[in-house]
Design a protein around this ligand. Structure first.
Ligand code: ZN
Length: 73
């Protein structure tokens, strides 16, 4: 049986190798070198999100998954 498609392919954590801007709020949120962040790759685009924004995004994602699950069960 082929492997199931992963819904979160292209989303992973990474340690910033240099100072980065947060993709959600690039003027106010800074990701310092050595800090863990969330990295997303969609097509050729790549964005990084600070821990604060990433945790909120994961919370939203969990809610979205719960809605989808309830609809399918
Ligand atoms: Zn942020």
């Amino acid at each position: 049986m082929p492997a199931l498609k992963r819904l979160l392919a292209g989303v992973e954590t990474a340690v910033a190798e240099r100072r980065r801007k947060c993709g959600h709020n690039p003027t106010k949120h800074v990701i310092s070198k050595g800090e863990v962040c969330l990295e997303t790759r969609v097509g050729l685009g790549r964005k990084n999100y600070c821990r604060e924004c990433a945790l909120k995004m994961l919370e939203n994602g969990l809610e979205d998954l719960a809605v989808l699950r309830r609809a399918l069960e």
